[in-house]
Design a protein around this ligand. Structure first.
Ligand SMILES: Nc1ncnc2c1ncn2[C@@H]1O[C@H](COP(=O)(O)OP(=O)(O)OP(=O)(O)O)[C@@H](O)[C@H]1O
Ligand SMILES: [Mg+2]
Length: 401
């Protein structure tokens, strides 16, 4: 549309016919001319007409029928109204034209009122079609937004439930492990005392040997219990750092602490199978929702562990890059097939067995990182491994959604 006037592309190989049409239309419409099929296609792309008036026979180039067929194959002109200009006698032409995708025809020589009325009608239909298309696109967009919102909701519910569970377990375990840990010292001391009493008692040589063996074993048991208690204490601490439910607001934290607490949680998964190599460069404190970013690290690290069949390695690197920080997790796992790569951030996309993966890990992580004004980069080679890098602005640019 030009200055409020609809644009009509007129196509005819006879300049005289074009003049005639132009004269007829110039008052009410913006008229663009084309003298053969190839030019018609070019002009259609250039001026995006509201209507095309198309002569059927235009030797020697592509005929009007060819032009319609080609226009209908493009997304842009699939609904642009096309009226064919046919010879009086050409019934076959008319039928062929309509079959090829034209909307109407006018026989030459045209009658002015007839031409004008058909143009108005075609423009009306074209306009309605455009409106429909706009509405359809709007609906599509809304559907996309709804789907995204649904994913977010599932995510936030899952996270809230997980966070509560983790925080609850951590809280319940905290007291008992506290006193086991504290009692270990007394335990050790009293074993020592009983041993001293035994040592000073006059025992038969066999009894003394038995007591020594028993105290040796007891000593080892005490140490093993102390180790276990120490580990539980660290895991509980990890759970608490991980859930960080108390920290629902922005905090300035050292991301390496979050990574470490996540690694502590994954320790039993990795054990002697997967070795973690840390390369922590200088990292400025980052303003963020720490619990959520821990969730991201958890997703990336557990994906890396899952990708490793048998023994393997994970390399965790932290770097400062100008105003941003980069945390990358590289694994020596099986890699991602190129056809899967574009889909890994899709909600519910998983290659894991039913019940093993929800396929939400990366889509959730993506959302969290995006909310922090950052991005996730991926590089992967099948059979060699993958690298996921989280790049975040050190100063939070958290979006309010
Ligand atoms: N480090 C990686 N190496 C190889 N494939 C990966 C890696 N990270 C992700 N993928 C692929 O991307 C898919 C989607 O990952 P995502 O974390 O979103 O879901 P998931 O791990 O399958 O399920 P969940 O996270 O709920 O356990 C995985 O199933 C896997 O195919
Ligand atoms: Mg995952």
């Amino acid at each position: 549309m030009h200055n409020g006037k609809p644009t009509i592309l007129i196509v005819d190989d006879e300049p005289f016919n074009l003049d005639l049409l132009e004269q007829e239309l110039a008052d009410d419409y913006e008229v663009v001319r084309a003298q053969d099929g190839a030019e018609a296609l070019r002009q259609a792309d250039a001026c995006d007409p509201d209507l095309i008036l198309l002569d059927v026979r235009m030797p020697p180039g592509p005929s009007g029928l060819d032009v319609v067929r080609r226009l209908r194959r493009t997304e842009r002109h699939v609904t642009t109204p096309v009226i064919m200009l046919t010879a009086q006698s050409g019934l076959g032409e008319k039928v062929e034209g309509l079959d090829a995708g034209a909307d109407d025809y006018i026989t030459k020589p045209f009658v002015s009122e007839d031409l004008q009325a058909r143009i108005r009608s075609a423009l009306r239909i074209g306009h309605l079609q455009k409106e429909l298309e706009l509405e359809r696109n709007e609906l599509k967009e809304t559907l996309g937004e709804l789907r995204a919102a649904e994913t977010k909701l599932i995510h936030s519910e899952k996270m809230a439930a997980l966070g509560k569970l983790v925080a609850g377990v951590a809280h319940e375990l905290n007291n008992p492990i506290g006193f086991i840990y504290a009692n270990m010292d007394h335990f050790r001391r009293y074993v020592g005392e009983v041993k001293a009493v035994c040592d000073s008692a006059s025992l038969t040589p066999e009894a003394a040997a038995r007591a020594t063996r028993a105290f040796d074993t007891l000593g080892r048991l005490v140490e093993s219990c102390a180790n276990g208690a120490d580990r539980i204490k660290r895991i509980v601490l990890g759970l608490r750092t991980f859930s960080r439910l108390d920290e629902a607001e922005l905090k300035t934290v050292d991301l390496r602490e979050g990574i470490e607490s996540t690694l502590a949680l994954l320790e039993h998964h990795m054990k002697d199978r997967v070795e973690a190599h840390r390369d922590y460069g200088d990292l400025p404190p980052v303003e963020c929702f720490a619990g959520q970013l821990n969730q991201v690290f958890m997703n990336l690290l557990s994906n890396a562990v899952d990708a490793i069949e048998g023994k393997g390695d994970i390399w965790i690197t932290t770097r400062q890059e100008g105003e941003a920080v980069r945390v990358s997790v590289r694994d020596s796992g099986k890699g991602i097939a190129p056809e899967h790569l574009p889909r890994i951030f899709d909600p519910f996309f998983t290659t894991k067995d039913v019940g093993k993966g929800t396929g939400l890990g990366l889509s959730i992580s993506y959302g969290i990182v995006e909310k922090h004004g950052g991005r996730i980069e991926v590089a992967s080679e099948v059979g060699k491994g993958s690298t996921f890098a989280v790049v975040l602005p050190a100063k939070a640019q958290v979006k309010n959604t």
